[in-house]
Design a protein around this ligand. Structure first.
Ligand code: V47
Length: 383
């Protein structure tokens, strides 16, 4: 067990030239919950170092110097999608150029390819395909479990679950129960975007609304499936929309305790219908991590997903509230279709180096944040 050493934030005093941050700092120090107005004030402050200092203090209180990463592989079984989300460059209409749908054998083969070290997680998300039957997804997961019994399957966003339920004429609960029986171990956090209707109508009009996303998460947690939660920022949303999004997540988490990690996702505009929107900046990216850590006091983990914000910024985020930088990924399609210039994947050793050079202690986790130890080309999870 790696000890959690303490604690650089506590050693230095809080300083700010923004008087609006002082009452928030007092609450953070006392471990009090922040309000909606506090969230907006954090966003509106230009003092990123003071906001980051507070977030780092909370992060160190929870995790000491540990920074988590995992060895995972993304699989996107299809890019055919009935929704035409303006935010997305990945989905394509059936029959359009550039569509693909993996045959099951192909998906299983993809799962085992390109590995230099045994992965502990398959992360599976894809388009809302109009014709693929529910059994395709069950068989996909069952086949993976047979071939890779030790690998955790984190599969299908709340949006995919709700779509498959509707198409299969099942309730959300029936759908999730069948997925779990097939071998789904937890759910990724995608499709949350921004919950506010005004924003959702612009960026992803065809998706389930915010209330349905949260209800699907509640149901997953109730039947014993953990999940993550994302927030897509840097498009047409404002500070209030982001704070509202996080407080709605916090409310569900108070009820269920089923969310593991909050992941702010930086909007990539290239090749989307919102291509005129400029990319997010470093200040904005760091702010999301820090405000997320401060508002989501009941979320155990805040992930700075290196694919989204660059390895360099993910590394710095480890001092601005993040305790996790995600994984090796191996092959990423969704952001690369939208212009991401980050590598498609990283080696385990690259992640360890990023974390170590940030002065943190690398901790390889499985999807449920249990310690992973390696020998040769296999691994063991501490239970
Ligand atoms: O829901 C789509 C986002 C998400 C774009 O749970 C875009 O560990 C930026 O959920 N620019 C899917 N973002 C990915 C996802 C995820 C990723 C990493 C880790 C986890 C986890 C979950 O990608 C979608 C959407 O919010 N997305 N298009 C775009 N142009």
């Amino acid at each position: 067990m790696i000890s959690k050493s303490h604690n650089s934030a506590a050693r230095h005093g809080f300083q700010t030239d923004d008087p609006g941050l002082r009452p928030i700092a007092a609450k953070v120090e006392a471990g009090e919950r922040l309000s909606f107005d506090d969230g907006v004030a954090l966003y509106q402050s230009g003092d990123i170092l003071a906001v980051g200092w507070m977030a780092n203090a909370v992060r160190e209180r929870m995790h000491g110097d540990i920074a988590y990463f995992n060895v995972n592989r993304h699989i996107n079984p299809t890019n055919v999608c009935v929704a035409s989300c303006r935010l997305c460059a990945f989905g394509r209409k059936k029959g359009d150029a550039g569509t693909y749908t993996m045959a099951l054998e192909e998906a299983w083969e993809t799962a085992g390819s390109g590995l230099s070290e045994a992965v502990t997680e398959f992360h599976i998300v894809g388009g809302l395909h109009p014709d693929l039957p529910f059994e395709y997804f069950e068989d996909l997961v069952r086949g993976l479990k047979i071939r890779f019994p030790k690998v955790h399957i984190k599969a299908f966003t709340m949006v995919e679950v709700a779509f498959l339920a509707k198409r299969g004429k099942m309730t959300i609960e029936e759908t999730l129960v069948r997925m779990k029986a097939a071998g789904v171990d937890s759910l990724p956090g995608g499709g949350a975007e921004i919950f506010a209707d005004r924003v959702r109508h612009i960026i992803c009009d065809h998706k389930i609304d915010g209330g349905e996303w949260l209800e699907t998460a509640r149901t997953a947690h109730r039947i014993g499936l953990k999940s993550n939660a994302t927030m897509l920022y840097g498009h047409v949303e404002n500070d209030e929309d982001r704070v509202d999004h996080m407080l709605r997540l916090r409310e569900v988490q108070d009820e269920t305790g089923g969310f593991q990690t909050f992941i702010p996702l930086a909007f990539h505009p290239d090749n989307t219908a919102l291509a005129h929107i400029p990319r997010t900046t470093g200040m904005m990216d760091l702010k999301q991590i820090a405000v997320g850590r401060l508002l989501l006091d009941n979320f155990p983990h805040i992930k700075s997903y290196w694919q989204m914000v660059s390895p360099e910024l993910a590394q710095i985020s480890l001092r601005f509230g993040a305790d996790d930088i995600d994984g090796t990924v191996i092959e990423e399609k969704i952001y690369h279709d939208a212009g991401a210039t980050t590598p498609q994947g990283m080696q385990r050793s690259d992640l360890v180096r990023l974390i170590t050079e940030a002065g943190r202690v690398p901790f390889e986790r499985d999807t449920l944040y249990r310690a992973v130890t390696r020998s040769e080309d296999t691994f063991t999870v501490a239970v």
